[in-house]
Design a protein. Structure first.
Length: 173
């Protein structure tokens, strides 16, 4: 490679919901300096279709965050219809890709099965240029506490840096 040229590299982004402005800015700012220097940073977004939601964990998450009304609503909703879960994932994917492109990022994406970690593994293995994983989720008290969340599992399974950010905030998980 001639001097001054850089290899393109990829950041895999795993999110459970559509990005808002804060989330898109957070991801865009992670490598703003590298992009300003002309490095080719690409993003691959993965959004799982949550067809096997853990109702007990969802209710406990809401209760530990002091969200009693939301906990009751979780009980009323029960498990999502698989077709509805897939449609929701597609909608979240489109919104996230649009939000990141509005920040000037190069983005592709796809939905995954309920367990996104096999798709993360595939995205990281797709080329030698995948360098890190950014996981954006709501706080999940049970999973986060017992390190059963996606970010913790990814840290244990993959040989790349993993950043866990809570959706809509700059708080790290």
């Amino acid at each position: 490679m001639p001097t001054g040229e850089t290899q393109p590299w990829t950041v895999v982004v795993l999110t459970e919901e559509a990005f808002g402005d804060v989330d898109a800015r957070n991801v865009a700012q992670l490598h703003a300096a590298e992009r300003a220097e002309g490095q080719d940073v690409r993003h691959v977004v993965l959004v799982p279709a949550d067809t096997h939601r853990n109702l007990l964990a969802d209710v406990l998450d809401r209760l530990t965050l002091g969200e009693l009304r939301e906990a009751v609503e979780e009980l009323r909703q029960r498990r999502p219809d698989p077709a509805e879960a897939r449609a929701d994932a597609e909608t979240a994917l489109r919104a996230t890709v649009e939000a990141l492109r509005a920040q000037g990022l190069q983005v592709t994406g796809r939905t995954t099965d309920d367990d996104p970690l096999p798709a993360v593994r595939d995205a990281l293995a797709a080329g030698p240029d995948a360098r890190e994983l950014v996981v954006v989720t709501r706080p999940h008290a049970v999973e986060d506490t017992f390190h059963a969340d996606w970010a913790s599992k990814a840290r244990d399974a993959f040989g790349v840096p993993v950043l866990h950010v809570y959706a809509g905030t700059t708080r790290l998980g």
